[in-house]
Design a protein around this ligand. Sequence first.
Ligand SMILES: [Zn+2]
Length: 351
Amino acid sequence: MSHNSHRNHHQHSISDLKRLASGRWREILTAAGLPAELLADRRGKPCPKCGGRDRFASLPDFDTRGSLICRHCHNASSNPRSGDGLASLQWWLGCSMAEAIVWLRSFLGLGVGKHIPVQAIKPTMAPPPKPVQSESDRLRIELMADVCRRNLTGPGIAHLAKQLGVHPQSLRQLQVGWCASLCATTWPMRDGIGNIIGVRTREPVTAAKGSMSGGNGGLFYDPDRIANIESGARIWIAEGPTDTAALLTLGLDAVGIPSAKSGGDQLLELGRRILPSEIVIVADGDDSGIESARKLRSELVIVAGVRIILPPVGIKDAREWINRGASRVDLENEAGAAEVFKFDCTDGGAA
Ligand SMILES: [Zn+2]
């Protein structure tokens, strides 16, 4: 049945509009005021709405689908959530779906009268990021991490491993050390490339945590191991260094975030570099752990499918779970049974 020609503009359905817009999304969103250079390629760029360095990108088949994402303000959990070109338009113009449809209809020449170009409201940029670490600070931190690592010899490693219930090798992989002046163990923190950018300190008895001055927060991982993961391997994310050591003890390719709701940008950089088949977040078993895992999931979903697993009720985190006897197979089974969260740009968002 071909009665499209008899329809007037009121009867154009959303799918008709999308069909007409398909292939023209670059032109449409640029006409709405989105800077064209942000759409030039798919590399991460500063978000035109909320700033940052590389949090904004267009998704595959951009001209056809018009899908855009910003890790902070336009993603699987934002409103509107990231999806097709209509969602992009709604996000960019800061308007309702109905208003975006009116705008698009008008742009496509289906509206009443002449198209009046509506420009997005001048976006307010996010405050500038905190000053970057100076190269001399970074080198000093790296040197301190190395000195501390040398302080912790075989018997020290064995003692700490026993106390934490992890394998000594996991502590070597994380290059754990000992700072005599602070009377604390030291845990290097790295950026997504593998550079040491900070050092977490942990008092062995009280478990009180701190950090060495001049450093930044970063990820706990073994850069050699992660650079050489088998293709198709999962990476496993834990909160904090000792939980990361526990996952490494089971032979899992583990990366630790510095604390709840942090490390997302660095993980994304790491993920883009190593392209894991899947990411499994082993959340801490409390409300903030779960909330943190969900936030991380929405940030990482553009790199790979993400699953979240939780220790059984009454167990607080990955290390306690493993200390109580959970095996690699147990965690893999949990992960296999957990829902996979994927970014699907064909049906308007994350499934
Ligand atoms: Zn944004």
